[in-house]
Design a protein around this ligand. Structure first.
Ligand code: GLV
Ligand code: MN
Ligand code: MN
Length: 360
């Protein structure tokens, strides 16, 4: 492949097609990770794509379309709170205003880009310019328990649930832990804790809804000081956009009521939002056929996790193949896949590319 790095940090490998090829197929996933992550969420899809291209190369095969393998730079959004930075740049939906965001150390995204050698002013130039696309295919660890429970190495993804992320700041009053009577306190952490419980209670009561408070910052954060401020994250997901939007609004209202009851101020900001995305029935049925031709029964399953495929869906048809995951554990160092299942994924992807080449 001819390899380049674009200005947001995506690594892109181009494998030329046959002489008369006038289209391209994108394969990819992300290289970034979460804190205390596993090894496979993201990198697995990049490596499987490279392995499939290596196999084409070793056999001297050129397809009626070129392939670009993309190792996306920042999917998880940990550093700047914005998900899908790399795939947004490729899809042409990158918002230049995000370059002003600062990380926990006060470094702007623009400076972070400059530090690794990218040019923040040229990110718009990295949008897809390679001509007509056949589609985008992402292989990814399932990150859930379904394939393991069904005894299947791989599964075809039907769609990706939408997600909303918010930041909530509860501002009370820092005070002395020994001298401030309980009825004089404006304890931001107590209000935040009541909210965390309310989020779980509500999500447990609504079919298909998942809602998570994954990060709390407590100020001033001392054993002998009543907490004056808590900043927390709220992540809300549902396969139906209307249900997700309703739940987000409801939970923000609940936070407002809890804060008001305790004399605490609340501010909220929406950090990101993505609607539910469906995979292409045509590409997904080719993917299922690829698995079945190789002797593997498949199922269709929905993804509760977000993927770069969400952004790529704005550019072209998408399909995804999930790989069985031990115990359904992900975003955790215990994340695990077997060599045999990864071999199946490489073979299925190779077969899919061949079926796609023959499909008109
Ligand atoms: C990505 O891993 C997500 O949060 O869904
Ligand atoms: Mn992830
Ligand atoms: Mn991922």
């Amino acid at each position: 492949m001819v390899v380049s790095r674009d200005n947001i940090g995506n690594l892109r490998g181009w494998y030329e097609g046959a002489k008369d090829a006038n289209q391209a197929m994108l394969l990819g996933s992300h290289l970034d990770s979460v804190r205390d992550a596993g090894k496979y969420d993201g990198p697995l899809g990049v490596l499987v794509a490279i392995a499939a291209v290596r196999d084409l190369y070793n056999r001297g095969v050129r397809l009626p379309y070129a392939i670009e393998v993309v190792a996306f730079a920042d999917e998880e959004g940990l550093r700047y709170g914005t998900t899908y930075l790399g795939s947004k740049a490729l899809a042409g939906t990158f918002d230049a205003a995000d370059l002003n965001r600062i990380d926990a150390a006060g470094v702007t995204m623009a400076d972070a880009v400059r530090t690794f050698g990218g040019d923040p002013d040229r990110i718009a130039e990295d949008r897809w310019k390679g001509g007509d696309l056949v589609g985008y295919c992402e292989v990814h660890i399932e990150q859930g328990p379904v394939l393991e429970a069904r005894g299947l190495p791989v599964g075809v993804v039907s769609g990706i649930a939408g997600q909303s992320r918010h930041q909530l700041t509860f501002t009370g009053e820092a005070a002395h832990a020994g001298t401030t009577p309980m009825d004089h306190r404006k304890d931001a952490l107590v209000a935040a804790s009541v909210f965390v419980q309310a989020v779980a209670d509500y999500a447990e009561s609504q079919a298909g809804l998942v809602a998570t408070v994954g990060r709390l910052t407590v100020q001033p954060g001392a054993a002998n000081v009543v907490p004056g401020e808590v900043i927390l994250s709220l992540d809300v997901r549902h396969a139906r956009d209307a249900d997700r939007l309703h739940a987000s609004k409801h939970l923000i209202d609940v936070a407002g009521k809890i804060a008001a009851q305790r004399g605490i101020a609340l501010t909220t900001t929406q950090v990101s939002e993505n609607g539910t995305v469906q995979c292409s029935p045509r590409l997904s049925s080719l993917m299922a056929r690829a698995a079945e031709d190789l002797g593997h029964a498949t199922i269709q399953l929905a993804s509760g996790a977000g993927h770069d495929a969400v952004e790529m869906a704005g550019l072209t048809d998408i399909t995804m193949l999930f790989v069985r995951c031990k115990g359904g554990i992900s975003h955790n160092p215990a994340e695990s896949v077997t060599e045999e299942d990864v071999a199946v994924a490489i073979d299925v992807l190779g077969k899919f590319l061949a079926l796609l080449a023959a499909d008109d």
